[in-house]
Write a protein of this length. Structure first.
Lengths: 75, 610
């Protein structure tokens, strides 16, 4: 299961690495892919996270906001 | 005044100037005070994100720069601290602005979709946001407006420019019951359109989704680069510690921190790819990713489908020969029978006959002879139409020579017999595209082997091959033969690309390891299976696609090499103590800018048509 977020335009070269590192530490995250040019981030969740997906997503969203990448929309 | 990046830069510049004035006026206190102020103004937001990142135990460039700047302040290097934080902020600001340029081409595609639309609700006009549009809504579209959905015209007629979908910029007339596409521009006229496919489900929505996805599909070269960058930063931090423990040189250690993020390297490939794909999208070429451009740049063989690709696919009757019968009478019988068939050859005969104002009769007892032709009863006479091989040598007698002659000219020949006697033959040509010859020549000049794969008769195939200058021909191919030939070519020469219109050759396109579909933004299957999609049937886009792929790959490689050289030289410079904090930061930021500016050149790339 995946969640895709549209972020504000990503411009700094190192921010992709930062987002990846921060989200990878959120509970239930299997892998994180940062689409630099499209300014999107795709989180794929572990099986066990699916039952509590709303909570897991909330944590991810808070993490993104806290490291300075506000979410524009969720797909 | 709110302190945004721009204001911080202005303030920082003022303080640095004030500091140097103080220095020349021999006022060291003013110098230090001004430099510290400049540092604080610039470093504040950097340190803030650094601290928030640290909470997640992430060490990013902001953390390292903050440590270096604070360190410099602690050892009394106020100018270095100011310079490093100022240059970092300025660099970041300029990078943002230039990066936006690399994405401009793709962003501008979205401008083809209207943000607001007018719908008719019980005959009353209502202005709504395009997001609120539903399937079945009636859209009112006036001159100068773009259509917001795929749909069907229910009322009105208009001249419509569909260049964003078909690549053809000549407006076409559309009337009630005609299909229209989202993003098309109504040139003149007013139409009411029933929305059938909206948003991402519309043709243009799919194009956008495809481009969006493509811009982040990584080139092969990029993956190894990312791995390198991933280990580079921790590696340099470790080196910093070791160097400090051995030399106890705090300045050297701080400088190492400043250069430990290979910024130019990280974005070297993505900026080239986004610019390359953007250029393609603007010119009606969709590449499905950086990896696709990388591959296409090293193409060795291009295999063309014949019908609809090298030729226009519009069959035209070139010659009618009769025996003891008027031409119009022969055409009457032929077209009346063919009217029962859907075959492209039949359509050619019918349209040719209709142009002569001959009205057709209804054929009875029609029977299809698979692979050969048709037979049936027209006005109580038995008519058989089909391949000359359908008839005996004796029946063909008076036409045998003519049949061979027409076939050697590349015409497909059909014979018509009435009451068991051949009364005439028709030579039908599939016309070669006007640009085919120059395109094939261009490809050959690029060192690409050109091949034609067709299910057609060898004589016809060779005639088309000769006209277009194609190197190799494989005729009478069944769909599975095409796939086998493609594999053979690949094994013998290297990367083989199949080019087709996505209609006649869907299996070959899907099975080839690299497919280019022409004129198929409206063809869902081709959009999915091909690696590169050309919006129009203009063959000239093919060499452009290859040249653009080459330019993009080249641009990406030069960026990577440049970034590696800079990272390496910086390291040497720092370790040999030729590069100190501010200079290190300056070179680092300049290298990132250079890489972006180099990529922007791709947006200006144009194919030399000569």
């Amino acid at each position: 299961m995946n969640t895709k977020y549209q972020l504000e335009t990503l411009t700094c070269p190192s921010c992709a690495m930062k987002i990846k590192a921060a989200l990878s530490k959120v509970a239930g995250v299997e892998s994180v892919e940062v689409l630099f040019n499209a300014s999107k981030v795709v989180i794929s969740w572990k099986k066990e996270a699916e039952s509590v997906i709303a909570m897991a997503e909330k944590t991810a969203e808070e993490t993104l906001a806290r490291i300075g990448f506000p979410i524009i929309s969720k797909h | 005044m709110k302190l945004n990046e721009q204001n911080r830069i202005i303030l920082g510049t003022s303080f640095i100037i004030a500091g140097w004035i103080g220095h020349w006026a021999s006022l060291p206190i003013l110098f230090d005070a001004a430099m510290i102020l400049a540092t604080v103004i610039a470093i504040f937001p950097i340190a803030k994100t650094a601290i928030s990142s640290l909470r997640y135990r992430i060490i990013g460039i902001d953390t390292l720069v903050s440590i270096a700047v604070i360190g410099a302040l602690l050892i009394g290097e106020t100018w270095e601290a100011a310079a490093v934080s100022y240059l970092y902020t300025l660099g970041h600001y300029l990078e943002n602005r230039t990066l936006k340029k690399t994405r401009r081409a793709i962003a501008s595609l979205l401008e083809n979709v209207p943000k607001r639309v007018t719908i008719l609700e019980n005959g009353i006009q209502k202005d709504i946001s395009a997001d609120q549009l539903k399937i079945g809504d009636l859209l009112l579209v006036r001159s100068g407006e773009r259509i917001a959905a795929d749909g069907i015209i229910v009322e009105g007629s208009a001249m419509i420019n569909e260049s964003s979908i078909t690549g053809e910029s000549v407006p076409i007339v559309k009337n009630a019951k005609d299909n229209v596409f989202s993003s098309s521009l109504v040139d003149t006229g007013v139409i009411t359109v029933e929305a059938l496919h909206i948003g991402e489900d519309s043709t243009f929505g799919r194009i956008i989704a495809l481009v969006e996805e493509a811009q982040d599909k990584k080139a092969k070269i990029q993956r190894s680069l990312e791995l390198f960058a991933q280990y580079y930063t921790p590696g340099v931090i470790l080196l910093t510690l070791i160097v400090y423990l051995i030399t106890r040189d705090i300045r050297l250690a701080l400088t190492l921190l400043v250069i430990s993020c290979p910024g130019a390297l990280v974005i070297s490939a993505p900026v080239s790819i986004v610019a390359g794909i953007g250029n393609g999208a603007k010119n009606g070429i969709l590449f499905k990713g950086g990896d696709v451009m990388e591959k296409l740049s090293s193409v060795k063989v291009i295999a063309f489908d014949k019908t609809g690709t090298l030729t226009t696919g519009e069959l035209v009757i070139k010659q009618v020969l009769t025996h003891q019968m008027e031409e119009n009478e022969l055409l009457f019988f032929a077209a009346s029978l063919e009217n029962a068939s859907e075959h492209p050859l039949a359509k050619a005969v019918i349209s040719y006959t209709m142009k002569r104002d001959i009205s057709l009769a209804l054929a009875k007892q029609v029977e299809v002879l698979p692979g050969f032709g048709l037979k049936g009863n027209v006005n109580d006479r038995w008519v058989v139409i089909g391949s000359p091989r359908l008839f005996t040598d004796q029946q063909r007698l008076s036409f045998n020579e003519k049949i061979a002659e027409l076939e050697s000219e590349g015409l497909t020949v059909i014979a018509i017999s009435i009451d068991n006697q051949i009364r005439g033959i028709v030579g039908i040509a599939d016309q070669i595209r006007p640009s085919a010859k120059t395109v094939v020549e261009k490809l050959k000049n690029m060192g690409v082997l050109t091949v034609m794969l067709t299910g057609d008769h060898p004589l016809v195939a060779h005639a088309i091959a000769k006209q277009s200058g194609i190197d190799e021909v494989r005729s009478q191919c069944l769909p599975e033969d095409k796939v086998n030939y493609l594999n053979e070519l690949k094994a013998q020469y290297g990367l083989t690309v199949m080019v087709g219109d996505g209609i006649n050759d869907a299996p070959a396109l899907a099975n080839a390891d690299f497919g280019i579909a022409m004129g198929s933004y409206t063809n869902h299957t081709a959009m999915e299976s091909a690696d590169v999609i050309l919006s129009s049937s203009r063959l000239e886009k093919l060499p452009y696609a290859i040249e653009l792929s080459k330019a993009t790959t080249q641009n990406m490689k030069s960026n990577i090499v440049f970034a590696l050289i800079v990272a390496f030289s910086l390291m040497i410079g720092v370790l040999t103590k030729h590069v100190f904090l501010s200079v290190g930061m300056l070179i680092h930021e300049l290298s990132v800018l250079m890489v972006i500016i180099n990529a922007i050149r791709l947006l200006q790339f144009k194919y030399k048509s000569t």
